[in-house]
Write a protein that binds this ligand. Structure first.
Ligand code: URA
Length: 442
C-alpha cells in the first residue's frame, strides 16, 4: 500500500518524507516492493524532481540499505574520484595508483560500461587474472596495506541503488539529476571517505551534455557531500571527443600503463593531474595544487606510481608482468588503419559513435549478462582542429575478425568529420565547483 500512495503523491507533485524514503528503500532492497512500482516512481521523479531534503533522504535511505567500508581507524585521509562517464576515460586507472603512491588512501569502487560509455571494472578485467569482486573485508585489508583497492559495487554496498540503477537503465529514467546524484553519492559515501573529487563530463558524449545540467548535478552532489561531512570538489571536463587516444578495454589499460610510465597523451595527463591535485590537497598531503602537481610528476618519473599499480594488480590476482610487457593483455586478431578521405580540418571526433562502435565490436555489453571481448576497440590519433591530408591515418580499428573491422571503420566514418573549417572544441577543463561556488578554470 505504501508504494502506491507514494507514487500517487509524487505523480501529483507532492513530497515524500525521510521516514517514508527509509521504509520504501529498505523494503525495495529486501525485495518487498516490486520493480514495476519503483519504475513508476522513478518516472514520476524524472518528471517532477525531488527537492533538496528529499534528495538527501533518498541518498541516506540507499546508503543505509547496505554496509559501509569501515576505514575510520586509518591515519591516512581517504579520497576517491568519480566520473560521470565517457569514452576513452581511463583516468581512474592512472589516478588511483598515482594518488595512493603519495600517501592518500583511495578506496575506489567503480562500475561497468553503461550505454556508450566504458567502465573501469571492464578495463581492469582485461588484465589476466585481475579480480574486482573483493569482499569488503579483503578490500579493507588491502587498503590498509597498499593504500588502494580497485573494486566493484559489492552486494553489500547500497543494494537499493544497485537494483534501482539497473531498473532506471531499462526504463529510460537515468537522466534525472536527483536520481543520478543520490545514486552516485550513496555509493561514494559508503566508502567511508574523508573527501571526494568528481569529474562531471559535458559535451555530446556525456550523459548530461549541457553545461547547465552538469553544473546543477555538480551542485547537488556537493550539497549531499556537505550534508554528510564529506567535502566534494567537482571539475567539469570535456566529453565532446574521446579522452586520450585509446578507446576499448585492453587498449585503455595499455595507454594507462604508458601514462604511469611518463608517456601519456597530453589531454589524459592534464585531466589526471587536475583531479589528482584536488585529491592530494583535500587529503592534506600537498600544500596547494602546484605542490601537488610537482609531487605527481615525481611519482611518475621515479616509477613510484607504476610500482603502486603493479602491487595493486598483484594483490588482486592479476599478472603484474603486464606493466613491463603489455603484450600479455588480450590482443585483437585484426587491425586496420582508417585514412582521411579528403584534405581539411578535423571538425568532429564524436564520442558516442566511437562508444557504440566498441559495443558493435563486442567490447561493451548491451545486457548485464553479456560477455566482453577485451581486445577490441580504437586508437584515435586525430584530434578536433588537426589539419589533415587525404590518405593520412586518423585512427586504427582493433577487431576479432574482418566483419569487426568493417563495423569499426563504419563507426569511425560516423564519428570523424573533416571540413574546410571547424568550431573550437570545448575547453578540456572548464569549471571548478566547490561549496563556495563556481569558478572558471584558468
Ligand atoms: N552513475 C551512477 O552510479 N548512477 C547514476 O545514476 C548515473 C551514473
Amino acid at each position: 500500500m505504501l508504494a502506491r500512495a507514494l507514487i500517487e503523491r509524487k505523480r501529483d507533485g507532492g513530497r515524500i518524507t525521510p521516514a517514508e524514503w527509509r521504509s520504501l528503500m529498505s523494503r525495495y532492497a529486501a525485495d518487498e516492493v516490486p520493480d514495476y512500482q519503483m519504475a513508476a516512481l522513478a518516472m514520476a521523479i524524472y518528471f517532477n524532481g525531488l527537492d533538496r531534503a528529499e534528495t538527501v533522504a533518498l541518498t541516506d535511505a540507499m546508503l543505509h540499505s547496505g554496509a559501509m567500508l569501515d576505514l575510520e581507524h586509518l591515519t591516512m585521509a581517504r579520497v576517491d574520484k568519480h566520473s560521470t562517464g565517457g569514452v576513452g576515460d581511463k583516468v581512474s586507472l592512472v589516478l588511483a595508483p598515482l594518488v595512493a603512491s603519495l600517501g592518500v588512501a583511495v578506496p575506489m569502487m567503480s562500475g561497468r560500461g553503461l550505454g556508450h560509455t566504458g567502465g573501469t571494472l571492464d578495463k581492469l578485467e582485461s588484465i589476466p587474472g585481475f579480480r574486482t569482486d573483493l569482499t569488503l573485508a579483503r578490500a579493507t585489508e588491502q587498503i590498509e596495506r597498499l593504500g588502494c583497492a580497485l573494486i566493484g559495487q559489492t552486494r553489500e554496498i547500497a543494494p537499493a541503488d544497485r537494483r534501482l540503477y539497473a531498473l532506471r537503465d531499462a526504463t529510460a529514467t537515468v537522466e534525472s539529476i536527483p536520481l543520478i546524484a543520490a545514486s552516485i553519492m550513496s555509493k561514494k559515501l559508503a566508502e567511508g571517505l574523508t573527501a571526494l573529487v568528481l569529474d562531471v563530463k559535458r559535451g555530446s558524449g556525456a550523459f548530461l551534455p549541457d553545461l547547465d545540467r552538469g553544473l546543477a548535478l555538480a551542485r547537488t552532489m556537493i550539497e549531499l557531500g556537505a550534508d554528510h561531512g564529506c567535502p566534494v570538489v567537482t571539475l567539469l571536463t570535456a566529453m565532446d571527443r574521446p579522452l586520450g587516444r585509446a578507446c576499448g578495454n585492453t587498449l585503455e589499460v595499455e595507454e594507462s600503463i604508458m601514462a604511469l610510465r611518463g608517456d601519456g597523451p597530453p589531454d589524459l595527463m592534464a585531466v589526471t593531474y587536475a583531479l589528482g591535485a584536488e585529491m592530494l590537497v583535500l587529503g592534506g598531503v600537498a600544500a596547494n595544487r602546484d605542490d601537488a602537481r610537482r609531487r605527481m610528476e615525481v611519482a611518475i618519473s621515479s616509477g613510484k606510481a607504476a610500482a603502486k599499480f603493479q602491487q595493486i594488480i598483484e594483490a588482486q590476482g592479476g599478472d603484474p608482468r603486464v606493466l613491463d610487457d603489455p603484450s600479455l593483455l588480450p590482443q585483437a586478431a585484426e587491425c586496420e588503419l582508417y585514412l582521411a578521405v579528403q584534405d581539411g580540418v578535423v571538425a568532429q571526433v564524436e564520442p558516442r559513435a566511437i562508444g557504440r562502435g566498441i559495443t558493435a565490436l563486442g567490447g561493451q555489453r548491451t545486457k548485464v549478462e553479456d560477455g566482453v571481448d577485451h581486445s577490441v576497440g580504437f586508437v584515435v590519433t586525430a584530434r578536433p582542429g588537426d589539419v589533415v591530408r587525404a590518405g593520412e591515418p586518423l585512427a586504427t580499428v582493433f577487431a576479432r575478425d574482418r566483419d569487426g573491422i568493417a563495423l569499426g571503420l563504419a563507426a569511425l566514418r560516423e564519428s570523424l568529420r573533416i571540413a574546410e573549417e571547424a568550431d573550437p572544441p570545448l575547453p578540456l577543463i572548464s569549471h571548478r565547483v566547490t561549496e563556495a561556488g563556481v569558478e572558471l578554470w584558468e
